[in-house]
Design a protein around this ligand. Sequence first.
Ligand code: SAH
Length: 349
Amino acid sequence: MAVNCVNELRERRTLGDEGLLELLESEDESVAEELFRNAREVSRAQFGRRIWLRALIEWSNVCRNDCLYCGIRRGNPAVQRYSLSQEDILQCCQQAYRLGLRTFVLQGGENPPAALLLAETVAEIRAAWPDCAITLSLGELPRETYALLRRSGADRYLLRHETANPAHYARLHPSGMTLESRLACLRSLRDLGYQTGMGMMVGSPYQTMQDLLADLRLIEAFRPEMIGIGPFIPQHDTPFRDCPAGNAGLTLRLLAILRLMHPHALIPSTTALSTLHPGGRMAGILAGANVIMPDFTPRDQREAYALYEGKTAAWTETAANLQDLYQELSACGYSVASSRGDYDESIHL
Ligand code: SAH
């Protein structure tokens, strides 16, 4: 029965609610294997056995928000706040470029005045590396700031919707933050010509299977170019410190379902997944993901960008670690792609 669901999902790129719930809830290993096998076949048909790398630069942990799950929330006094200088950021880009990466991802806390100033750095990166893509992940900003950053040379924007259920959204965020406003930002980003990424945490506090189903439907309706999901992992200085972490198996099943629903999408095997589950990085690829985001944040700042427990230990990307990554990929028959790996580029492969 569940196997028929997998086939139907692959054929039609969608499935009724009952079928999706069955796949999400199934604890049957053979069902999961069938999902993963189909998802990686679809991914390989689309992209070949190639994986795109994105250089993650966590440029600042200064944040005006107080998201209850996040380690760099404003209300956490234990965080040592930092912002990289333009020079630091350009150096990170240069290191990543030398190692062959062709997309830079500037991620940071939500800080509208700083985001405005960052436009200058974006323009510098654009001028210095015209063959590279620039992705931003800076939270909710005024539309004019998104527009300025776009004009300065940014190509893509990651803004997870976190949960498609407004009531659940309200339990994860302080009052004043709404799903509505998040979705308005996503629409602005798309209108401005960004390739847009959305996604959710898996196993965040109070989340139900119905919520995850709503996430799948929201993503299906929006059709983003990029989809980022990862398990929730508690962080010791947040109100959710005692909540259980999300489930790696469920995260992998969701990755596979998303790949079958969105054959062309750029889907990372995320850091959170590999933090939770040893071997998670490759497991994500074998469940249909086609992107990995090695961390190029300077070592001194990395520790202060602790969104969740164990993050810094899991991911110390240097040239040597990148070699390990290449080996891990090649042991499974994969190699690293050398282009920017844009969405449009990928669908014409
Ligand atoms: N401030 C930006 C980007 C930084 S947070 C923004 O809000 O978009 C990037 C992502 O990390 C968030 O979207 C969230 O989904 C994830 N994240 C934050 N805290 C987490 C936690 N405790 N466990 C797992 N993922 C977390």
